[in-house]
Ligand binder design. Structure first.
Ligand SMILES: [Zn+2]
Length: 185
């Protein structure tokens, strides 16, 4: 059975780390990947990166078109991904499970070409655009210790600067895991 992994929140050090390359043969992945996918869906995410659950590996999962009501799940696991080319520009509102209650417009490339390994070891080269490209860029940033709030203009950032500060202070005091109302205390 896959389990829900605790989500690390803003201020936790691992969210700022450049994560390590994953070894496709690592036996840890066998249980971890289903857990990561399960956690993404249970927390209503369209993407989830390893650092967000405290794991130092260049792996993220995504399902940009998933909506809970329709239950059409199509999870993708991207291991050691690379973004090779970025073209054009788009601006859209983003949020992040690790940065609760903050949403802001972020500038992203409109089109990207990228590659990754599947859990089966297949090397995939692909292109994405629009919303799918946003999700990939957001999750890929996580692998390099970058959060969407880093990409928000200084002026727009003023609105939530204090919120970030208090989250970081809580994390320093050891409150670095997201509590969900539905979870047993
Ligand atoms: Zn995120």
């Amino acid at each position: 059975m896959a389990k829900i992994l605790p989500i690390r929140i803003y201020g936790d050090e691992i969210l700022r780390k450049k994560l390590k390359e994953a070894d496709l043969k690592d036996p840890f992945l066998k249980q971890y990947l289903p857990d990561l996918i399960h956690t993404m869906y249970e927390r209503d995410g369209v993407g989830l990166a390893s650092s967000q659950v405290g794991v130092d590996l260049r792996i993220f999962v995504m399902d940009p078109w998933w909506a809970r009501e329709e239950e059409q799940k199509n999870p993708r696991v991207l291991i050691n991904p690379e973004i090779h080319d970025r073209q054009g520009e788009q601006i859209g509102e983003e949020g992040c499970l690790s940065v609760p209650d903050i949403f802001a417009n972020v500038n992203r490339a409109l089109k990207i070409s990228y590659s990754y390994y599947t859990p089966e070891g297949e090397h995939i080269q692909a292109e994405a655009e629009g919303y799918e490209a946003v999700v990939i860029q957001h999750e890929y940033d996580h692998l390099n210790g970058v959060l969407f709030t880093d990409r928000v203009s200084t002026l727009a950032k003023l609105k939530f600067k204090m919120k970030l500060k208090s989250m970081a202070a809580l994390a320093r005091d050891g409150v670095n895991i997201m509590q969900y109302p539905e979870d047993p205390q």
